[in-house]
Design a protein around this ligand. Sequence first.
Ligand SMILES: [Zn+2]
Length: 83
Amino acid sequence: MSQEEKTDDCPELGDKHGRFVVIGNGESKGGKKYLKVKCSCGTIKDVLKWNITSGHIVSCGCAAREAQRKYFRTGTKKAPVKI
Ligand SMILES: [Zn+2]
């Protein structure tokens, strides 16, 4: 199938990973592939593709900030949420 040709473009377009939706290709830095993603809070940023597809990074940091706020109130310093 000719879909193979799209692999180099952005096969992830529209994919959801955590709070991110892939909106395009990011810059490639150091030979590594980045994806441009939009977080559910509205932040747009480039994230290393591997970090997204592997589930290492699931938000721009807003999830962790929210969790921290929540956990500060209960006295726990570390939030068990991935950034
Ligand atoms: Zn966010």
